[in-house]
Write a protein that binds this ligand. Structure first.
Ligand code: AMP
Length: 180
C-alpha cells in the first residue's frame, strides 16, 4: 500500500498523513520532518540541506534521496507508507512504484497563506511571508505537475482541503473506499 499526499504547504498533509497511516496500519513518513531532523543533527549531509529549508527551496534531489530512500525502503518492507511531502518533483516520483495512489489536498493559495501564518510549530520557514510565498510558488512550479502524472495513470484522488480535518479525512476515506 503506497499513498503519497500532494498539496501546497498548509493543506494539512501532516495531519491527514498521520490519520490515514493510522487508519491503514502503515507508516507515515514526513520528508519535511526527516530533512529538518537531518539538518539539525549537524551531519555533513544535514549542513548541506539546512540552507534550502531556511529559504523555502526544495533540497536538491540527490540530497533528499539520501535521507528519504532508506526510510521509504524500510516502510515498504513493513507493508507500506503514507508519504507526506514526497515526491515533490517529477524526478523524485520516478523513484516510486507507478501504482502508488496520490491524494491531492486541494487548497487555494490565499487560505494556505493564512493557515501558515497562524501555524505555530516553531518552524522558521512559517514565520516569514516572503518564504511562505516562495514555498507556494515552488509548489506550483515543481510539484503541481505531479497531479497530471498521477492523473494520467488513473491514480489520483482530489479532495477539498478547505474543510475541518475530520471532514477531509472522511472524504479521503470515502474516495479510497470507492476505488477498492
Ligand atoms: P514540509 O514540512 O513538507 O513543508 O517541508 C519543509 C521543507 O523541507 C520544504 O520547504 C523543503 O525545503 C524541504 N522538503 C520537504 N520535502 C522535500 C522534498 N521531497 N524534496 C525537497 N525538499 C523537501
Amino acid at each position: 500500500m503506497g499513498i503519497v499526499l500532494l498539496g501546497p504547504p498548509g493543506s494539512g498533509k501532516g495531519t491527514q498523513g498521520r490519520l490515514l497511516a493510522e487508519r491503514l496500519g502503515v507508516r507515515h513518513l514526513s520528508t519535511g520532518v526527516l530533512l529538518r531532523d537531518e539538518a539539525s543533527s549537524g551531519t555533513d549531509l544535514g549542513r548541506k540541506i539546512a540552507p534550502y529549508l531556511d529559504r523555502g527551496e526544495l533540497a536538491p534531489d540527490d540530497l533528499t534521496m539520501a535521507v528519504v530512500e532508506p526510510a521509504v525502503a524500510a516502510a515498504r518492507a513493513e507493508g507500506g507508507y503514507v508519504l507526506d511531502g514526497f515526491p515533490r518533483t517529477l524526478d523524485q516520483a520516478s523513484h516510486l512504484p507507478e501504482d502508488d495512489i496520490a491524494v491531492h489536498l486541494d487548497l487555494p493559495d490565499d487560505v494556505a497563506r493564512v493557515r501558515l501564518a497562524e501555524r505555530d510549530e516553531g518552524r522558521s520557514d512559517d514565520d516569514d511571508p516572503t518564504v511562505i510565498d516562495h514555498r507556494l510558488r515552488v509548489y506550483h512550479e515543481r510539484t503541481a505537475p505531479l497531479l497530471e502524472l498521477y492523473g494520467s495513470r488513473g491514480r489520483l484522488i482530489t479532495v477539498d482541503a478547505d474543510q475541518p480535518p475530520e471532514a477531509v479525512a472522511g472524504a479521503i476515506a470515502a474516495a479510497l473506499e470507492a476505488r477498492s
